[in-house]
Design a protein around this ligand. Sequence first.
Ligand code: ATR
Length: 271
Amino acid sequence: MKHLYLIGDPVAHSLSPAMHNAAFQALGLDWHYEALQTTTAQLPDVVARLRASDCVGANVTVPHKETIISFLDALTDRAQRAAAVNTVVRQNGRLVGDNTDGEGFLQMLRRANVDARGAQVLILGAGGAARGVAFALAELPVARLAIVNRTPERAEKLAHDMHAHFPRLGIEVGPDRADIIVNATSVGMSPRENESPVSGEFPRDAVAIDLVYRPLHTRFLRDAERVGARTVDGLPMLVYQGAAAFALWTRRAAPIDVMREVAYAAISNGG
Ligand code: ATR
């Protein structure tokens, strides 16, 4: 049997093990995906486990997406640009860090029929998830990107890093008129379900996209629905970033329908 791990803290409530194990089973693979609760002090030992010959790779989540980089052997271009790793692939004995958040985000937009090309996009947050999303959107390209974050220095750092790669794209730190507003913060996540990253009325002409999926109907999305705005919840993004990681590990197309069904069933059952 081959092994894959989810490295993070906390990981107990993650939907990824159920999603990936169902997908491996659907393709007849004798592979097993397991969440490993990992503190920062344990990170070097856990990464060493990934070097075992029966290990295919891993996913990485909060708070290790950036710190894991120094323990890996190589990064893909997109992981390097995002300065964050959410997927590790063991290739010829080397641990390669990749980032499927941006690819998952763009796939989610396509499936939801949200055309971000030429749009003005406001990203709330400047952490690992926001960075992956921002670089993917810049590549489309969008017309303008605005980034707002609780800690302004982090938004400025992201805008600065993006400007180095996309010198002609308008990137602003601070709110702007927006066609699409993406919540890439953890505000609204259970158990603080009554919080929203947007104060005041949601602009009715904008599309609201939340990366939070627990709960599925966040305060941010409920406020947007109330004024008649379009909304996209966080589960498709979870499924598509997972599907992209699955394809990297297996070199086969992910059974997306299986993954989506398992994720929705788990979340609907309070999982
Ligand atoms: P991830 O990898 O999921 O992006 P992260 O790097 O820890 O995780 O980023 C979390 C994001 O949510 C950050 O933008 C964070 O803002 P700070 O950079 O100021 O920390 C944002 N965030 C978390 N809790 C928040 C809160 N209560 N209010 C506003 N923003 C918050």
